[in-house]
Design a protein around this ligand. Structure first.
Ligand code: FPP
Ligand code: ZN
Length: 483
């Protein structure tokens, strides 16, 4: 039996509690022991798995993802970049040509050749191009039709500040995140594009603190309003990342007041509570009372860095009071002394970071890695392209502390102001500077195994490497960004 305490149950088993118990049983077998020593990052197996998918083609089970071709491309290329690897120039060119075949004649990118443009496919295509593309003929970057893309963006804008993911599609915060990332990278942000969007985002925050996919449309005298209206559905890690990152991007372009705000303290509390216990190896779950899953290593684990852009300190230096109301839920329920959830231990007693970085690395390394390559949701599942990137990006964000830096901000401001050729608005200047102000804090990287497990640090908002971000934004804003 595991030394770690299973999640307490009452005497009324449900599908949820039974599944939770089974999952803990499986995960507990992945806690390193003399019999099963701790696994390092199996870099070669993952690289081979990624290259095989990219160069030889994905296995037939991926045919159901035909309309997600840009995602398969982005997940694979970005995973390679995270592992500090890339394609040779011939395969890079093939990738660029394939990505460009998804650009729709009227603007934006679709899920495959000839498919209607979609905000999610547009994000995945542009971020894939950030990995492999370049300026100049055939390089993809200058073949993006930015004017038509902007028209596509405006065509999906709704009166309440939200966006549908495609023409006649559904509204949700994933689409808003995808649009804002692309608009920021390609210098397409305008006040018209983001009008009303902060209010819509704020309306998606639920009573738990995380964000749901959307909110209930509310009409007053025939006009669609973005507030007041209740969130639609429950708080979820995927939507929370998208809403928070969108908030950060808009705030950089257009500072508050917006007439509404998000509750950052409640959000932090919810994020912290999404980290699993020791028996769940410190992985993250996407919603209350659901299972830990490797992809939330990024969607939830990666969200903590974003809070720093909203002024939240990266570490607790004093005993918190915010947690006292939750202590009873997790301490000695049956009078016995069990280890607390790692997040709670970390948050309440260790002047380190807001989540347990060590525990998250352990989940990815011990439970997330598939023995034959690629990473996964959880054992005994197989690996897939989406979870490979989610696990790797989450591992990278747990290894490195990427944070907004005053020094870098000053450097980028100076660069901008010395470039007299550019007549940019203050808002675009601010979006550019904020996006490039993130730096990896020197000496703060921590590896559960050894530094041989090091991954590249990721941009906390875009999930691109810092170098790809600097190069792409430098190109589209016509600045030469220093390394
Ligand atoms: C629930 O699945 C998952 C969702 C409702 C969507 C989650 C959204 C994301 C992961 C964000 C995607 C972001 C972009 C930019 C495309 P589930 O019920 O199978 O999983 P769960 O039990 O963990 O909630
Ligand atoms: Zn998942």
């Amino acid at each position: 039996m595991s030394i770690y305490r299973p999640t307490p149950t009452d005497s009324f088993p449900t599908d949820t509690s039974v599944l939770q118990g089974e999952t803990e049983e499986t995960l507990s077998k992945h806690i390193p022991s003399p019999e099963y020593p701790a696994q390092p990052l199996n870099r070669n197996a993952h690289l081979q798995w990624l290259v095989r998918n990219m160069v030889q083609g994905f296995p037939t089970r991926y045919t159901s993802q035909d309309a997600s071709q840009p995602w398969l491309m982005f997940w694979t290329l970005q995973s390679l970049s995270t592992l500090q690897a890339g394609l040779d120039s011939g395969n890079k060119q093939k990738a660029i040509d394939t990505i460009m075949s998804w650009q729709y004649p009227e603007g934006g990118f679709g899920g495959g050749p000839g498919q209607a443009p979609h905000l999610l496919a547009t994000y995945a295509s542009v971020c894939a191009l950030a990995n492999v593309g370049r300026p100049g003929p055939g390089g993809g970057w200058d073949e993006i039709d930015r004017e038509k893309m902007y028209k596509f963006f405006l065509s999906v804008k709704q009166a309440d500040g939200s966006f549908t993911v495609m023409r006649h599609g559904e509204v949700d915060v994933r689409g808003i995140y995808c649009l804002l990332v692309v608009a920021t990278l390609l210098d397409l942000l305008t006040p018209e594009l983001v009008a009303g969007t902060p209010a819509f985002l704020a309306s998606c925050q639920t009573y738990e603190g995380g964000f749901s996919s959307s909110s209930q449309p509310y009409f007053s005298s025939g006009t669609l309003l973005s507030s007041p209206r209740p969130p639609l559905g429950e708080a979820h890690g995927g939507y929370t990342f998208c809403a928070l990152a969108s908030w950060v991007l808009i705030k950089s372009f257009q500072p508050p007041p917006y007439g509404v705000d998000i509750d950052v303290k409640r959000l932090l509390r919810w994020l912290v509570m999404m980290q699993g216990s020791e028996i769940e190896l410190g992985g993250f779950k996407g919603r209350t009372n659901k299972l830990v899953d490797g992809c939330y290593s990024w969607w939830v684990g990666g969200a903590f860095a974003l809070l720093e852009m909203l002024g939240m300190p990266a570490a607790r230096t004093e005993a918190p009071t915010a947690h006292s109301d939750t202590d009873d839920e997790w301490d000695d329920v049956d009078g016995q002394s069990y280890p607390l959830r790692p997040s709670v231990v970390q948050y309440s007693t260790v002047p380190d970071t807001l989540f347990n970085r060590k525990a998250l690395q352990e989940y990815v390394l011990y439970a997330g890695q598939h023995p034959t390559g690629g990473l996964r949701d959880k054992p005994p599942k197989t690996s897939d392209a989406y979870h490979t990137l989610g696990c790797l990006s989450g591992l990278a964000s747990a290894q490195h502390h990427v944070t907004p830096s005053t020094r870098r901000r000053e450097e980028i401001t100076l660069l901008w102001e010395s470039n007299t050729e550019c007549a940019f608005t203050e808002q675009r200047k601010s979006a550019f500077i904020d996006a490039l102000a993130w730096v990896e804090e020197e000496g703060a990287s921590k590896y559960v195994g050894s530094s041989a497990d090091r991954l590249n640090a990721m941009h906390p908002v875009f999930n691109l490497t810092m170098t790809h971000t600097d190069t792409m934004m430098g190109h589209f804003y016509q600045q030469t960004v220093p390394p």
